[in-house]
Write a protein that binds this ligand. Structure first.
Ligand code: 13P
Ligand code: SF4
Length: 368
């Protein structure tokens, strides 16, 4: 290393076509030293360069299995952190634009969660650690995964949430689920837990805004977080679609609100949504409640079999942070690697890594 870094400024005004040529050339030069992982919400301009694409679970596994020196994550910050945690000590995880975060992940932080745990412990007469399993959605910072590791908890994704909740309930009677209340509620309800046994923990209020009795009677304590993209989808969008196309089917991501999921025919992760629509009969019509880049890709791919794929909301709602990974940042990142410079490395602090890995490894072990 020690070579002068390739500056980013010239890339800002570079046309996409030039970036594409540079990405292809750099990929070629880096060969097997490089693996590019791409989440399904990535825009087409960068998604096309991914060696592996997938949902959060699949990409975590890819990161753990890869032996490439550089793992470039076309996704958001927590995904690159997971790649760093699960890869070997000599592998380097990179996020082409450091501003690619996740607004839902930011809705829980370690200070809030530590405070909630302390308050719950008082409300449960000192029994938090013996009665509650903390479960964090993978959409969370590494220090929250480490919190779960320290308290015998676990991480989940939208694909394995049910398995993770079943495992958790087999060990302790309650779950503190953060940061996404919707994934927690939708999954627990499907397992037969009634809404009356779920409470929402409002992290802006003392004791989460709950009484001791509410906490003692609850099985699921749901963090008051949500995805800003999925909150745009409403039950009336489904009603309108069904009125116009009674034969159409509705499929949603579990980050959607409870009433949206209840009105849907199918609910599952991005990978699940892709598989269901790919396997559907030619000529079928679908309303899809998830991020726009993925829905546009499904609509395009469906044309060959005359499948009609509609986006659930009338307005454009794409994940603006996923969108930050563009050909300009990818070209800049890869050219630096060719020159021997590592830019935008995501490195989880060693004191968090061990416990975060414990919670992630538990998840991978119990996932089907
Ligand atoms: P999955 O791809 O795991 O379904 O998650 C969706 C998501 O919101 C990623 O941020
Ligand atoms: Fe986060 Fe929602 Fe974007 Fe996924 S779609 S990265 S949950 S803000």
């Amino acid at each position: 290393m020690g070579v002068e870094a390739v500056a980013i400024q010239p890339f800002f005004s570079m046309k996409d076509e030039e970036c594409h040529a540079r990405i292809r050339a750099a990929k070629e030069k880096l060969g097997k030293r490089l693996v590019i992982l791409g989440h399904h919400y990535q825009r087409e301009e960068v998604f096309q360069y991914a060696d592996y694409t997938g949902d959060s679970l699949k990409l975590s596994r890819m990161a753990a299995q890869s032996d490439a020196e550089f793992i470039v994550f076309c996704g958001v910050h927590f995904m690159a952190e997971v790649a760093d945690i699960l890869s070997g000590p000599d592998q380097i995880a990179i996020l082409p634009d450091l501003a690619a975060g996740c607004s839902m992940a930011d809705m829980a932080n370690l200070a809030n969660v530590e405070r909630a745990w302390a308050e719950l412990n008082v409300m449960l007469e000192g029994k938090a650690d013996s009665t509650i399993t903390p479960v964090t959605y993978i959409n969370s910072a590494a220090d929250l995964k480490a919190f779960c590791g320290r308290h015998e908890g676990v991480v989940c994704t939208s694909t394995n949430a049910r398995h993770v909740l079943e495992w958790s309930f087999s060990r302790r009677e309650k779950i503190l689920f953060f940061p996404d209340q919707h994934l927690g509620r939708n999954t627990a309800f499907k397992m037969g837990i009634p809404l009356e046994e779920m409470v929402v923990w409002d992290f802006n209020q003392p004791n989460g805004g709950l009484t001791v009795e509410q906490v003692q009677n609850a099985k699921m304590i749901l963090w008051k977080g949500f995805c800003s993209v999925h909150q745009m989808f409403k039950p009336e969008h489904i009603d309108n679609f069904r009125a116009k196309y009674p034969e159409g089917k509705v499929i949603s991501h579990p980050e959607n609100a409870f009433d949206v999921c209840q009105k849907s025919d199918f609910v599952g992760s991005t990978e699940y949504i892709i598989n269901v629509i790919n396997d559907a009969a030619p000529g079928t019509r679908w309303l899809v409640g998830t991020e726009l880049n993925l829905v546009n890709r499904l609509a395009e791919q469906g044309k060959a079999q005359d499948k009609k794929v509609h986006f659930m909301a009338p307005t454009v709602c794409m994940c603006s942070t996923m969108f930050r990974i563009d050909p300009q940042h990818l070209a800049w990142t890869l050219e630096n690697l060719v020159e021997g410079n590592v830019v935008n490395q995501i490195k989880v602090a060693p004191e968090e890594k061990e416990m975060a890995k414990k919670a992630l490894d538990t998840m991978l072990k119990i996932s089907p």
